[in-house]
Design a protein around this ligand. Sequence first.
Ligand SMILES: *[C@@H]1O[C@H](CO)[C@@H](O)[C@H](O)[C@H]1NC(C)=O
Ligand SMILES: *[C@@H]1O[C@H](CO)[C@@H](O)[C@H](O)[C@H]1NC(C)=O
Ligand SMILES: *[C@@H]1O[C@H](CO)[C@@H](O)[C@H](O)[C@H]1NC(C)=O
Ligand SMILES: *[C@@H]1O[C@H](CO)[C@@H](O)[C@H](O)[C@H]1NC(C)=O
Ligand SMILES: *[C@@H]1O[C@H](CO)[C@@H](O)[C@H](O)[C@H]1NC(C)=O
Ligand SMILES: *[C@@H]1O[C@H](CO)[C@@H](O)[C@H](O)[C@H]1NC(C)=O
Length: 563
Amino acid sequence: MTMRLSLLVSLAFFALYGVIVVQSSSPEDWFDWVVSYGTISPFGVPKKVIMINNEFPGPLINSTTNNVVHVNVHNNLDEPFLFTWNGVQMRRNSWNDGVQGTNCPIMPGKNWTYYFQMKDQIGSFFYYPSVNFQRAAGGYGPIRINNRDVIPIPFPFPRDDFDILISDWFDKDYQEMRNDLDAGNTVLPSPDGVLINGKPSKSLHFNFEPGKTYRLRISNVGVKTTLSFRIQGHDLILIETEGSYTLKKNYTSLDIHPGQSYSVLVTADVPGTFSYNMIACTRFVSPVLCTLATVDYTGSTPALASSRPCSAHSPLSTTLARMGCLLIRSSSLMALGPGILMWDLDVGAARPNPQGSYHYGQINVTRTIVLQNEMAVIDNHTRYTVNGISFVYSNTPLKLADYFRVPNVFFTNLTKDRPDGQTLMISTPVIDALYRDFIQIVFQNKEDTVQTWHVDGYNFFVVGMGFGEWDESKRSEYNLKDAVWRTNTQVYPNGWTAVWISLDNMGMWSIRSMNEERRYLGQEVYIRVRGEDPMRLPDPRDEMPIPNDLPLCGRALPLWYHV
Ligand SMILES: *[C@@H]1O[C@H](CO)[C@@H](O)[C@H](O)[C@H]1NC(C)=O
Ligand SMILES: *[C@@H]1O[C@H](CO)[C@@H](O)[C@H](O)[C@H]1NC(C)=O
Ligand SMILES: *[C@@H]1O[C@H](CO)[C@@H](O)[C@H](O)[C@H]1NC(C)=O
Ligand SMILES: *[C@@H]1O[C@H](CO)[C@@H](O)[C@H](O)[C@H]1NC(C)=O
Ligand SMILES: *[C@@H]1O[C@H](CO)[C@@H](O)[C@H](O)[C@H]1NC(C)=O
Ligand SMILES: *[C@@H]1O[C@H](CO)[C@@H](O)[C@H](O)[C@H]1NC(C)=O
């Protein structure tokens, strides 16, 4: 019955479009993953975590530009589950984005196969569970999109690549944390520790061959805490972030905000001792917590690494310390131009043409949307808002509601392009936007903590960052030449970050805080990127037809059987 139905449906689509969009000329990567619970006790307290094929963290997706990836996910948890592919652009394919606004979760005991192409992308990313606050239980893993052989990389080929996933850690069970948030009267406490690749201090060793250079792909996969990363005695040469090559720059330490990924080159060229600490520490919270891994030079007897992990970082609990930190940050911000990082204009990334051949600075911005984050108390519950609206999910994914024209699931009339300072509500807003428009989003942070924002389906140019209130005059300070093109940006306390986006990817896309506590409590909004006529089905060259094995749920379910 199901077979016949799906056959009919695919025939219907075939008849409708007259074409099938063939991607099968590209190499394919297949993964078969069983998602289940396991227990780990990194700091002595056992905690239920999410494992993939009994691994924690989960396996590497090692793919290449334009490859087609299939991930068959078997949900052996006792609750619904979804993965999302943080930073993979999912071109024409929000159907497989794996967030609650696009997909029905995979139910316990069921499986579903994600299908997406690494279209025109390179870089370092990660995946993680996107629903039910499961991100606080792990379930994450690294994604690499390697260059095709014909595209050279703009640095000497490293001896090896290492994926390094750093995260905050909470001893508390994720379901209890979720209940606390649902109860609305608490915010999460400071983390209980920091993990590197799922391990606590001194349990992880990396071997470097003396004289050789390694590429480290570092992602902050944690729930909410900014982390600093460094390797004792070694420079980190930044080369890539979230799919674009940066101008190479030396760092002794990198601040990595939740959701962000960076590639750095590290050369094993320090004379003297042969063991060094790799150090990840919390930032902007008190007390500062750190975790160490060890880098051992091969062919030498490992000496004891010195253990002064965090002398460089004072607890930033007081306003003064925080100010001091920000002043340093802001002067370097001004010295280097907005966004701190700059694109390497001269190199090719996924395609042979140089990154700088796309002159984003000369394109006219057709629309500016200011998204202002705030904390609010609504009905005695702690909530977080965007332009006064705290996002809640309905049980029908927005993408399916849009496709099947189910009314009153989401509302395109709520989020205004400017915050009005009056609105305060809990609802399900969607920003309506036109395919191929070129827009600006300004993230305006009204709070005194660092925020991180992410847009699914897109990379954006980080053209400006500053303190205070954004207004049109800030444009004179923008970097319109070589701003970095990425998918997550930080927004400094009481500051703003302006990003420019070419809306060239049709679909329903999540714009969200990468602080999972804030996202869970409402700091999210969707953007529907559609053709001029919302009643017309998109051309499959602009958006893939609905996959015929897509799980359905909510109010999208009964309608299906009337197709
Ligand atoms: C990842 O894929 C690349 C390109 O196919 C290959 O050279 C490399 O060895 C792979 N790495 C791992 C860890 O599988
Ligand atoms: C579920 O997994 C089986 C094999 O384990 C596979 O044959 C089937 O296609 C999968 N179903 C979906 C909907 O992906
Ligand atoms: C980074 O610093 C090291 C010395 O500390 C120097 O040899 C190297 O050239 C620098 N690299 C860049 C890209 O600035
Ligand atoms: C941008 O707008 C200006 C003035 O409205 C116009 O002169 C210019 O041609 C436009 N540029 C592009 C690339 O459309
Ligand atoms: C909110 O909390 C206060 C104090 O705890 C209580 O007096 C009040 O009745 C609550 N209001 C609602 C709407 O629950
Ligand atoms: C938005 O539209 C809905 C109907 O789709 C309507 O009920 C609601 O009142 C509108 N809200 C505003 C603020 O205009």
